[in-house]
Design a binder for this molecule. Structure first.
Ligand code: KG4
Ligand code: ZN
Length: 352
């Protein structure tokens, strides 16, 4: 039997069944992750991160990330299969992130997924990384159904998305420059704090005064964001206060910066809830771990009589479980790839 015939047989067997079980692979940045996901349920999740090596260089070094994926991927997949106690025969397909992300990093996951799918005659499901982040909420909240507004904030993206159905998105707003996570990481670098800056600033900010350093509110039209000016404003503000003999602590600077980023994010999310009349707000992406963002988003949702959905931090940062869940809905739609699937480093979230 050819690969195409085996795949057709697998898809036929899975038809009408809700219990579709996928091996999912994520390798778009510095996390090598594999998961076994049955529908929206996670049977196993394994994440190996090369973040500690990147921290030595103050940011992700693409070549190091690719090498780390190559070294880790086979073991990570094997561990996920063992944890879930499944064999390739128990799988209905393989879901993989094919973009956006670092091209070398993505290629490791895509190549492995293709090889695995070919070897075992399994359908291959291509998943957009951002769609994966949004789908983390389906895993964490079994009651969540579209439509909802998703605030997707990570190291590479800041999007406000209207999700009208599974896999159906409309981008309401996006950042014009830095992503929110990137802004945290850059601000941390300015302060001499370790990479990744987001978690460090969040922790430090707990002891700081968030009014210590006044930062300007970016005036972006519609639901769009802008964060790049904040870093410059931070530097200039600190220098101005120092001239006046005021020396701010790192905690005060971190708290002021965190507030400025978070207020921008939640203001626009609130506008989107108000204008669309949608009464569900989902947070997604690494920055969704931010403690202030979580509490402020909750308040904004309440103000608009909306329900908030906050996935646990492990599902907010990069992981393969979210890719498996997004892959499940792609599978139901019959959205498969063949062996020509390639990594796509820059790719906007498909809208429909
Ligand atoms: O989603 P993610 O793991 O990877 C990308 O797809 O980019 O997000 C990583 C980003 C980093 O920029 C990191 O600094 C940020 O998420 N981050 C946070 C927090 N935890 C992670 N930013 C603010 N506060 C946090 N607690
Ligand atoms: Zn991500």
């Amino acid at each position: 039997m050819t690969y195409a015939q085996k795949v057709a047989q697998k898809i036929e067997k899975a038809k009408g069944r809700e219990e579709i079980r996928l091996l999912a692979i994520e390798s778009s940045c510095d996390e090598t992750s594999a998961a076994i996901v049955k529908g929206r349920e996670v049977e196993a999740l394994v994440i190996a991160s090369s973040v500690e090596t990147h921290a030595l260089y103050g940011g992700v070094v693409p070549e190091i990330a690719s090498r780390a994926h190559v070294e880790a991927i086979a073991q990570v997949v094997q561990q996920a299969m063992e944890k879930a106690n499944v064999t390739p025969d128990d799988l209905d397909g393989v879901a993989v992130t094919y973009g956006p992300g670092l091209v070398g990093a993505l290629l490791c996951g895509v190549s492995f997924a293709k090889g695995f799918a070919y070897r075992y005659g399994l359908p291959l499901v291509p998943v957009h990384h951002i769609e994966g982040h949004i789908s983390a909420a389906y895993i964490a909240h079994t009651d969540l159904v579209p439509p909802f507004i998703a605030l997707v904030v990570s190291g590479g993206h800041s999007h406000l998305v209207k999700v009208s159905d599974y896999g159906c998105h409309e981008i309401l707003g996006r950042t014009h420059d830095d992503a929110a996570g990137e802004a945290f990481d850059k601000a941390a670098r300015v302060l001499g704090l370790p990479y990744p800056g987001g978690p460090t600033i969040d922790k430090l900010a707990q002891q700081g005064n968030d009014n210590a350093l006044p930062l300007p509110k970016a005036k972006q039209e519609g639901y769009n964001y802008s964060f790049s000016g904040l870093k410059t404003a931070l530097l200039q503000g600190v220098a101005r206060l120092e001239k006046q003999g005021v020396k701010l602590s790192d905690a005060d600077i971190a708290a002021s910066f965190r507030k400025a980023v978070v207020e921008q994010l939640v203001d626009k999310a609130g506008l989107a809830l108000r204008d669309t009349g949608i009464n569900k707000l989902v947070l997604a992406g690494g920055v969704a771990c931010n403690s202030l963002l979580r509490s402020r988003a909750n308040e904004v949702a309440q103000k608009h009589s909306a329900k908030i959905f906050l996935p646990p931090p492990i599902l907010c940062t990069d992981n393969a479980a979210m890719i498996g869940c997004a892959g499940y809905y792609r599978y139901l739609k019959g959205d498969f790839a063949d062996m020509s699937l390639n990594a796509v480093p820059s790719m906007t979230l498909p809208e429909k």
